[in-house]
Ligand binder design. Structure first.
Ligand code: ZN
Length: 143
């Protein structure tokens, strides 16, 4: 079974995240500045280091790993909704290493931008709030 609700595309913002910025924090600040509470995100670029998470489904906790090396942002995809009344960016990244291999996970603070080009889409529609989901232990959309 799936659940859904209608959304309507509104503004689209295209831009860069400043060199040296924290990727997740800057994208979250951007959403606050542009009043994006429902949206989608994509980005490419490069990072100097990254912190990504893996959700252990049995333990119901995130394990975070910091990879302290320059990498490409091969793909960042994410969405924006509300958690505790403020915009929350949920993004996953695939990162490319020097040898061409890839690593990826749930984007966390501690990811330092070398260069980043993003596209942020704002939608209108009913507010989407994250609340605790018992089957997964995650803050998921209440629909
Ligand atoms: Zn995630």
């Amino acid at each position: 079974m799936t659940t859904s609700q209608p959304i309507t595309p509104e503004d689209v913002f295209i831009g860069r995240v400043a060199h040296g910025g924290d990727l997740l924090a800057e994208l979250t600040n951007l959403c606050t500045e542009k009043n994006v509470t429902l949206g989608s995100l994509q980005a490419i670029g490069a990072v100097r280091r990254a912190t990504i998470g893996y959700y252990d489904q049995a333990e119901r906790t995130y394990a975070f790993e910091t990879i302290d090396e320059p990498m490409e942002i091969l793909s960042l995809v994410g969405n924006v909704s509300l958690k505790e009344g403020v915009p929350m960016v949920h993004a996953h990244v695939t990162l490319g290493r020097e040898d061409g291999s890839a690593i990826g996970g749930h984007l966390a603070e501690g990811t330092e931008v070398f260069a980043c080009e993003y596209i942020l889409r704002r939608f209108s529609g009913a507010e989407l709030h994250r609340t605790f989901d018992e089957p997964t232990g995650l803050p998921l959309w209440e629909m």
